[in-house]
Design a protein around this ligand. Sequence first.
Ligand SMILES: Nc1ncnc2c1ncn2[C@@H]1O[C@H](COP(=O)(O)OP(=O)(O)O)[C@@H](O)[C@H]1O
Ligand SMILES: [Mg+2]
Length: 594
Amino acid sequence: MLELIKRFGKGYGGRCAIGVITKALEVVFNLIAPVIVARMIDIGVGTHDTGYVIRMGAVLIALSLVGYAFTLVCQKMAALISQGMGTDLRRALFHHVSSFGAAEVDEFGTASLVTRVTNDVNQIQVAVALAIRQLVRWPLLAVGSMVAALMLNLRLGLIFLVCTPLIGLVFWYVMSRSVPFFQTMQGKLDRISRIAREGLSGARVIRSFRREDAEKARFHEVAVDQTDTAIAVSNLSAWLSPSTFLVMNLGIVAILWAGGRQVDAGLMSQGEIVAFVNYMIQTLQSVVYVANLVVIFTRASASAQRIVEVLDAKPAVTEKPGAVAPQEDAAASSQALVFDHVCFAYAGSSADALHEVSFALPAGHELGIIGGTGSGKSTLAGLVLRLYDVRSGSVAVCGQDVRDWPLAALRQVVSIVPQQASLVTGTIRSNLLWRDGGASDDALWQALELAQAADFVRKKPGGLDAVVEAGGKNFSGGQRQRLTIARALVGSPQLVVLDDAASALDFATDAALRHALRSLRPAVSSVVISQRVSAVMDADLVLVLDHGAAIGLGTHRELLDGCPLYREICLTQLRPEELGRDEVPLAGARGGDI
Ligand SMILES: Nc1ncnc2c1ncn2[C@@H]1O[C@H](COP(=O)(O)OP(=O)(O)O)[C@@H](O)[C@H]1O
Ligand SMILES: [Mg+2]
């Protein structure tokens, strides 16, 4: 918490000082009020001096008005500071999270990051506002009331010195037992939001698999878990109110009893007794509020810790100082993409997702990658963009190790179309301009033509300005894929990687797309990842992945002979005449139908 205030409190010092000073003045007025009431009773009521009562009443009203004005100023400052800091924090968090590589997002989980940017920052805002408004008020009021009471009458003051620690003790007991709960609450909130997200974003799939009940049960379980914790905390807190009132009322009885005898003996006036009771109530109330503050600050400090964790997470993939992109002509003449004995494992996984993968793709050529689900195809694509760093070996783009590239330049030269088409709210144009904000309409249409998307975009009302709803849900899966492919082609990439990006397209459109990509040669090299043989068989080079290992590398024909798995895939997916090799002895595998 202090750490965050140190980092984000800069520039709020002045406002904070105003807030604290106005609050302190308000407390002073609170302390004067009982004295005035005492005088009203002793002098005004005692001597039946109505004029005096009215004058003192006016002073009281004036004091409250001035106190109220101070409160307003203080509230305003508290609001300005807490909202301002909250905004700064959110901005810093969002900015930092945007710099995260895939590894850091994996580590925290998306749901937890969202809770941290929203809910955890809220907790801090509440705590900061309260700190300014109340942190000064209550301790000052408690101590001030106590001092004032002791000054008024030392012997009665002893009652104070007994009651206050008593209530303090009760609170200490309850707090020390409930604080650990608050720390687990945020973690449970993460789980609720994760399950809510999964349930809502996958609503269609869940319904089609009739998993609603299972999902409801899962949500119910975490919600109940969170509720149980909250109830356990409330049960503890429930003790607070009655015990405070008990001690408070016992204290008042004691004051009235002991004070009554002093009044009888003429040692004390009636007004002083009333003032005394007022001070007593103020002190004990303060203890209650301080305890509430402890709760809020405990929660906030759990949140602060979660925020600092995110802010302190250093992206694993960072740019080398002084990294420069290779010269244009050098890039053109070199290999487009080289994997040299690449091994890679995800954090927390002992097995390699890619093991000893090597290949070289000359500039202007096309590499096809085929393999079953989980064979490491998407992992390989991620390594080209340096979303993760290899464990051993190296990845080189345009002849230069990706670790020596400036990240922005690398990601400008390499363009990946991910498996999951992702469009964001806006227009077709705004979605296409991601890689090159200044691309002309002609360039956009050219990319759409290549991606086989121009036809349907032309038919959309508004064309390039047609609205894209959240997640692109007003487009079909195939349309979304083609728009994402078009986006990747804007901004003249030199290497395009399609990661199963055409899976929702029919065969003819898929073929037309690959044909269009080839027309960009030799300026653009491409990697086409697919589970369909038809999508990779025409490539200059085909890589066969199986459980993270490259078990075949060559042309379609070479692999048919040399790679049993590839042959098997071909036999299950292609008609004999498509294999392009009638002399291949298929009879055995095909059960003798040739
Ligand atoms: N972010 C990740 N964290 C941990 N393991 C992952 C992650 N992404 C993929 N994997 C694992 O790595 C392996 C390869 O996955 P992937 O490259 O996505 O395969 P493919 O794209 O061929 O279907 C799988 O075993 C998968 O479970
Ligand atoms: Mg994949």
